[in-house]
Design a protein around this ligand. Structure first.
Ligand code: BGC
Length: 780
């Protein structure tokens, strides 16, 4: 946890005014820049000190063996791990022969600002070397949203009071030394020097390195070009070797003189393209960036973000910290997904190597909802990536003796990388999350072309999976046994309610889409009988209800299990998975993360308001939130059932997960799904937004602390702005045809120039449910 106030609270930026080396690794994640294609951790320009240097390219990974003590059928044999590629951020500085290194000398001023509107990381500092020379350094860094292969840095140095001789080394560094990696030494061995040199060049102001990964067979090129501005004494030289390409700039600077370096960096990678092709690709990307120029790139970046903020901003009055956090969240989620273009969106985006750079259901269930209503183009891309991995998913289903497609629990390129069955492939619900994301996207954009080309097949193959995974019993009821739901403290359970309800919509949605697109369905071999079997399974889906307790069972028999000994669990024994054996967690009532509570959000139509309130209270007392994905779901349902204060606290936890490093692992990368959850907690929680059967429903209510909440969502190419105060909700349409929505169930039509105002009812006064001792979220 970040123990000091490292960051100032401001509405449109994250500002650090003191360099705290103890939280440097966390700051590198928070200040990471990415466009979903290329990711640069927020490392200091000079490379050191660092927590974890990181340059990531979406999809670039290395393979490593996944060893098992005992072999078993269907275990994945090979794992995938994101690798740190050629670092183009490094700009080393020597001041009269002394390295500019903030661990030495005196730092008089330090500031880093992540500017959420400009899309840049600004840095400025003033430092006196141990030999008494004082310099000012300023840098601006960007990873371009508009030119996805391109990143850049403008770097300036000036002496403060006396003449200095400075040397700048602007580098591309491959196989850079990483801090010791914990965990499996075999994995560390693979990752230590993952790149084999293939080609290098340095000429004039240009640098280039090309490498190959040893096992995954990827070719990666990085190239840089520079513009140098300074006094006449400036001299430059370039050199390259296998793992290093460098431009050295020397100058003698008098006070008042500045040496400025603009460095443009381009990346390209491919599993199939030849050395000349990949080399030409980065040269071309650089040529494009050069013709735009540094200032042009800055302008494009701002233009891209102006457009995004117009469509996506969330305004919060009454809590400045949350105002900052939600914009920070939107920015990072955009960075993770904006240009990922037919590649995965990893759980950490491209901000760190946590979770090996894998993608999970997090993407479809948490990240894509936000993007669907703010940047829908990126959702189509993310789902096209899933579609492109159908061959692997079909193969996996076949291997498991199932039909259709079994998408991986964790992966980089589409192959299952989870070696642990109970909290791996058994979490089949990822398939329903993908199907739900397709339906959400198509329904909110009306993109039937996408539905035809991509959606039908994803829905059909996931429906086939469910139909073959479940069975009708002798009463005709449909069950899905032996699967793991979102709560990973229960595994291989029968009839997990969340899974069954999500599978139910998946089956129905598949039957609906094949009716709409019969040609595409026929091409996939779907006939009337098959679609009817999906509907039958959906109609007969089983969800268990405990009549004595009056609550739904998370899975069959769940409420009869022994309740976890919460009173006997010490605060330092959380997360439980690190302190207790799984077998014991599995057989008791203890919930890692929202599961039935999530079902009440995603399938709210399957529960009455009374059931929601009772279920919520029951599962609150069992939920420990050992996953960052939980708080936001609890916030949404707490708000729906009327616990606004509690919802507010959960929203705060989701929002500050990384800014306060609540799970002590922000150093490994940001929790992109929890960041997206901040938005969900505000929009679906306090805005009460539900998108069901093609209609947008709102049931807004504000917690006492907030004076106003306003947000904008994209609906069928139109911008709908919703503004909520404690007594009134105002719906405004910005452009396009009138839109029918619902406010607390009542239909209303919003047209351009005719905002609709509706009263917001008083929230009920309800007794708050209890959490396990010590697990209540912090009060805001
Ligand atoms: C959660 C999963 C999640 C994964 C990646 C785990 O701790 O239990 O639901 O997909 O983290 O975020």
């Amino acid at each position: 946890m970040i123990a000091h106030d490292a960051y100032a609270v401001e509405p449109w930026c994250l500002r650090e005014t003191t360099l705290h080396l103890d939280v440097l690794p966390q700051s590198e994640s928070l200040f990471a820049l990415s466009n979903g294609h290329v990711g640069w951790r927020g490392n200091l320009d000079e490379g050191e000190p660092h927590g974890l240097p990181g340059t990531y390219l979406n999809g670039v990974h290395e393979l490593r063996p996944l060893p098992y003590a005992e072999a078993g059928y269907g275990y994945p044999e090979s794992g995938q791990t994101v690798i740190d590629v050629s670092n183009g951020k490094v700009i080393r500085l020597l001041v009269d022969d002394e390295p500019f290194d903030l661990r030495y000398g005196a730092l008089h001023h330090h500031e880093r600002v992540l500017d959420l509107r400009a899309g840049v990381l600004e840095r400025s500092c003033e430092w006196t070397s141990p030999a008494g020379r004082t310099v000012r350094v300023r840098s601006t860094r960007l990873v371009s949203f508009t030119q996805r292969a391109v990143a850049g840095i403008a770097y300036e140095v000036e002496p403060v009071d006396s003449e200095v001789r400075v040397v700048i080394q602007s580098e591309l560094v491959a196989n850079e030394q990483l801090p010791p990696l914990g965990g499996d030494p075999r994995a560390a061995a693979v990752l230590e020097s993952p790149l084999e040199p293939e080609d290098h060049a340095a000429e004039g102001s240009r640098l280039r390195l090309v490498h190959l990964t040893r096992r995954s067979g990827l070719r990666i090129a990085a190239a840089a070009d520079h513009v140098v501005r300074g006094p006449e004494t400036v001299r430059t030289a370039t050199e390259s070797s296998d793992d290093l390409a460098r431009m050295t700039v020397t100058a003698v600077l008098k006070p008042g003189e500045t040496l400025r370096l603009e460095k443009l960096v381009a990346y390209g990678w491919s599993a199939v393209r030849s050395l000349p092709a990949v080399r030409d690709q980065v040269d071309a990307a650089l040529a494009g960036a050069r013709s735009t120029g540094w200032h042009g790139l800055l302008e494009q970046q701002r233009g891209y973000l102006d457009d995004f903020w117009n469509r996506a901003d969330v305004e919060v009055d009454g809590d400045a910290e949350i105002q900052q956090a939600v914009r920070f969240a939107l920015f990072h989620v955009l960075q993770a997904g904006a240009r990922s273009e037919e590649r995965a969106i990893p759980a950490k985006g491209l901000t760190g190597s946590g979770y090996d750079g894998h993608s999970f259901w997090d993407t479809e269930m948490f990240v894509l909802p936000l993007l669907t209503y703010t940047a829908p183009e990126s959702v189509a891309e993310a789902l096209r990536w899933r579609h492109a991995t159908l061959p692997e998913a079909r193969e996996r289903a076949e291997q498991l003796g199932l039909r259709g497609a079994a998408f991986p629990w964790r992966t980089i390129d589409g192959a299952e990388c989870s070696g642990y069955w109970p909290a791996g492939t058994a979490a089949f619900h990822v398939n329903a999350a993908i199907a739900a994301a397709v339906v959400r996207y198509v329904s909110s954009t009306g993109d039937e072309e996408f539905a035809r080309q991509t959606g039908v097949e994803l829905l059909v193959e996931t429906a086939r999976l469910w139909r073959s995974l479940g069975h009708h019993d002798h009463h005709g009821r449909f069950h899905i046994d032996g699967v793991t739901g979102p709560d990973e403290y229960s595994a291989l359970a029968d009839d997990n309610a969340y899974t069954n309800l999500m599978a139910q919509s998946n089956l129905r949605d598949a039957a609906d889409i094949v009716e709409r697109h019969p040609k595409e369905a026929a091409a996939l071999g779907v006939d009337d009988e098959e679609a009817a079997a999906w509907r039958d399974a959906a109609e007969a889906m089983t969800v268990h209800f405990d009549r004595v307790l009056g609550v739904h069972e998370q899975s069959r028999g769940f409420t009869s299990h022994q309740v976890w000994d919460f009173a006997g669990t010490r605060p330092d024994q959380y997360p439980l998975l690190l302190h207790f054996p799984y077998f014991d967690l599995y057989r008791k009532q203890v919930v890692k993360q929202a599961d039935l509570v999530l079902a009440m959000f995603t399938r709210g139509d399957a529960f009455t308001p009374e059931q929601k309130a009772r279920n919520f209270a029951y599962y609150e007392a069992l939920t420990v939130r050992d996953s960052s994905l939980s708080a936001c779901c609890q916030a949404v349902i707490a708000a729906e059932v009327g616990h606004l204060r509690l919802a507010y606290d959960y929203m705060g936890e989701a929002a500050l997960m990384d800014l306060k490093d609540l799970q002590n692992n922000t150093r490994d990368g940001l929790h992109i799904a929890s960041l997206a959850g901040t938005w969900l907690a505000l929009v679906a929680g306090f805005g009460g937004m539900r998108h069901r059967d093609g209609t947008f429903h709102f049931a807004p209510k504000l917690p006492e602390k907030l004076g106003r909440l306003a947000f904008t969502v994209q609906v069928r190419g139109r911008c709908l702005r919703v503004e909520i105060t404690d007594s009134v909700a105002t719906y405004t349409l910005v452009g396009g045809e009138p839109l029918e929505i619902r406010h607390y169930g009542d239909p209303l039509t919003v047209a351009v120039g005719d905002p609709q105002r509706r009263p917001v009812p008083e929230p009920p006064a309800l007794p708050e449910p209890e959490q396990p001792p010590g697990r209540r979220p912090a009060h805001r």
